[in-house]
Design a protein around this ligand. Structure first.
Ligand SMILES: NC(=O)c1ccc[n+]([C@@H]2O[C@H](COP(=O)([O-])OP(=O)(O)OC[C@H]3O[C@@H](n4cnc5c(N)ncnc54)[C@H](O)[C@@H]3O)[C@@H](O)[C@H]2O)c1
Length: 424
């Protein structure tokens, strides 16, 4: 597989890439020979791409199923830094559309700001690539785009995985099976959430260069994408999570990590109604809420509460992870997690009939490696991804976007199943 580096001019124009790609239109890559490595292109070379790259580098070494062949970022210093992390020449792009035309790329990982995810995922699937896309599926204002993604993904032969990373924790697949087997009876209520302290997430968002300016090395219009047009602002670029044009606070940034599993376990799709409360209670410098609670009703007569703040970190339930451990309640009992076990607690109403507490060992914890491996296996076999495939990603995003719409309007968001749309 031919891999080339690019100089500064080529970064600006993409001329070499176009030449390379000329005459080699992207081919659907659903058929991958088991002996061929998937060529991977990483789109977005900021903080999260560290994990994408280190995972892919590990897979290159141990699984020998992938090979990083291309990187893309609209900010050249980060592109160069991540290129150095790969440690050998790779194709470098400033425009993801050019990366998608590169015939060496079979699969992409997407770690750009939220408002680019679905645009880039749709374009990648349409170009015949397999996709690992960071959560959230879309920005909060992109409901129509989420729907379009779902339509495209449903028809595509490309495999898709959303990076809601705790989906790789076997606890949730095991809980899903237990619920399916009827251990809790008819599900009626669930709760989950995330509590943490920190303005923009765990590690903050560093301003790499306070003097950064738009130009050939920082493509501001490409950063803005379909967000409102504004003059360049160094804080908006580096600390985009603070601004509602590009982010939504806990509901979109954090809750895909916990609600995705709950929706999967319950087997529900579109909610009937969502209400939400919260606001900017601790960090007045940001435009997006730091505290957000949402209550989701499903037509199957199931309520789900998602609770959280970025202003205080006690999870309330202890346990296995840095999230509030989900509780799934049914008519006959509840399922939750304690340390490395799933715990079944019988309902008071069935204890008399002899139902007792039960514990199930959890097979393994969460790791991005499991999700990427699953994606690669599905890319090879043509199977749908086991974890956060397109349907689950879309249904989770629907509930989250209804929550955001309800919170902004201070009203109830109501889903109309016939129209396939919601109103507030
Ligand atoms: N799964 C997880 O646990 C997890 C953790 C952190 C971040 N994330 C997600 O990853 C995404 C990226 O977050 P981050 O912290 O790396 O942000 P970041 O700002 O550090 O990195 C984003 C990068 O994307 C680049 N970019 C912006 N627009 C682009 C475009 N049109 N084309 C190509 N590159 C573009 C930026 O220049 C930047 O380098 C977010 O959506 C976030 O929700 C997920």
């Amino acid at each position: 597989m031919k891999v080339v580096g690019m100089d500064r001019r080529e970064f600006m124009t993409g001329a070499m890439v176009s030449a390379l790609a000329a005459g080699a239109a992207a081919q659907p890559s659903a058929q991958v020979s088991p002996n061929d490595r998937l060529g991977v292109g990483v789109i977005g070379c900021g903080g999260r791409s560290e994990t994408h790259l280190s995972t892919l580098l590990e897979m290159e070494k141990t699984d020998k199923t992938v090979e990083i062949v291309a990187l893309c970022d609209i900010y050249r210093p980060r592109l160069k830094k991540k290129s150095a992390m790969v440690g050998r020449p790779v194709h470098e792009y400033s425009d993801y559309r050019e990366l998608l035309r590169d015939p060496a790329v079979d699969m992409v990982t997407i770690a750009t700001p939220d408002h680019h995810h679905a645009h880039q995922a749709i374009a990648a699937l349409e170009a015949g690539k397999h996709v690992y896309c960071e959560k959230p599926l879309t920005h909060w204002r992109q409901w129509e785009l989420a729907k379009r993604f779902f339509e495209v993904a449903a028809k595509s032969s490309g495999a898709f995985q959303l990076g809601a990373q705790r989906m790789s924790d076997s606890a949730y697949q095991q809980m899903k099976q237990l619920v399916k087997d009827g251990i809790i009876g008819q599900p009626i209520h669930a709760e989950c959430g995330i509590f943490r302290t920190g303005d923009f997430g765990e590690r903050g968002m560093p301003i790499d260069d306070p003097d950064a300016k738009p130009g050939p090395d920082l493509l501001w219009d490409e950063f803005l994408g379909d967000a409102p047009k504004r003059p360049f602002d160094v804080s908006r670029y580096f600390r985009w999570r603070m601004y509602e044009d590009y982010a939504g606070g806990p509901v979109t940034d954090l809750y895909p990590h916990v609600l995705t599993q709950v929706i999967d376990i319950l087997g529900v799709t579109e909610p009937s109604e969502v209400v939400a409360t919260g606001g900017i209670y601790r960090y007045p410098e940001r435009e997006v809420p730091d505290t957000f609670n949402m209550f989701i009703e499903y037509p199957q007569k199931i309520s789900v509460a998602v609770l959280g703040t970025q202003g205080s970190s006690y999870q309330g339930t202890g346990g296995r992870d840095d999230i509030r451990i989900p509780v799934i309640r049914g008519w006959d009992g509840a399922l939750t997690i304690q340390e490395s076990e799933i715990l079944f607690i019988p309902d008071d109403s069935v204890r008399a009939s002899g139902r007792k507490e039960q514990r199930f060992a959890i097979e393994h914890g969460y790791n991005v490696l499991y999700l990427m491996r699953n994606l690669v296996e599905c890319a090879r076999s043509g199977a749908r991804t086991l974890d956060s495939g397109p349907g689950l990603a879309f249904h989770t995003q629907t509930a989250l976007l209804m929550g955001m719409a309800a919170w902004r309007a201070k009203k109830t968001a109501v889903y109309d199943a016939e129209k396939g749309a919601f109103t507030v």
